[in-house]
Design a binder for this molecule. Structure first.
Ligand SMILES: Nc1ncnc2c1ncn2[C@@H]1O[C@H](COP(=O)(O)OP(=O)(O)O)[C@@H](O)[C@H]1O
Ligand SMILES: [Mg+2]
Length: 187
């Protein structure tokens, strides 16, 4: 099972960590969003959502052929486009919603998109998606808050080596943020 899946809400640091991880392991890095555009694995562009309509089946087939016989690091937030039978481990990166909000604002995301993503992070959306598709046993989550990308990479390497690490449920933003979480959820 050669795919190491790196997931998480936009802005948590998937690209940064996945690239470094691939270099550290000496394997290829696949960014699904880039693959979709480069190889036309979509059914057009949705101007309102400002995103390509991903050809989920097509991407899954492509990832199957890419991962044939070799280990790869795959980054995406479209979990359903990843062939679950090829996944060795699914690592979901987490970030304190307060910091995520700052990061997405700094990226120039419109306020509605910032809020949408902060709420998704708060409610474990990517984590739940990963558990649904890959099953609890293969899913781990890493709280990246206050850590350097290289520290996160080393945590992933440790999880892969030992086959154990922080499991779904170890991050609990609702509990951690309390009243502030309510504010984000009300919008
Ligand atoms: N611990 C960390 N892990 C990953 N990225 C971090 C970390 N700390 C700060 N960053 C910064 O946050 C940003 C994350 O962006 P990116 O990797 O593109 O996220 P994503 O791919 O999830 O949208 C980068 O500018 C990166 O330098
Ligand atoms: Mg990215």
């Amino acid at each position: 099972m050669p795919i190491i899946f790196i997931g998480g809400t936009p802005g948590v640091g998937k690209t940064t960590v996945a690239r470094k991880l691939a270099a550290r392991l000496g394997v290829d890095y696949v960014n699904v969003a880039e693959l979709v555009v480069r190889e036309g694995l979509h059914g057009g562009y949705d101007a309102e959502r400002r995103a390509y309509i991903v050809d989920v089946e097509g991407v899954r087939r492509r990832l199957q052929s890419i991962a044939k016989g070799r280990r790869v690091v795959v980054e995406t937030h479209v979990v359903d486009s990843v062939p679950p039978e090829e996944v060795e481990a699914a690592i979901i990166l987490r970030l304190n919603p307060r910091l995520l909000e700052e990061r997405l604002k700094a990226r120039g995301y419109p306020p509605t998109k910032v809020l949408e993503n902060v709420q998704a992070e708060l409610l474990d959306a990517c984590l739940i998606d990963a558990v649904r598709v890959f099953g609890l046993e293969r899913v781990f989550e890493i709280d990246t808050t206050g850590k350097e990308p290289d520290e996160v990479v080393e945590e992933v390497v440790r999880i892969l080596r030992e086959g154990r690490g922080p499991k779904p449920g170890s991050v609990d933003w609702l509990n951690r943020l309390g009243r502030e979480a309510e504010k984000y959820l009300r919008g």
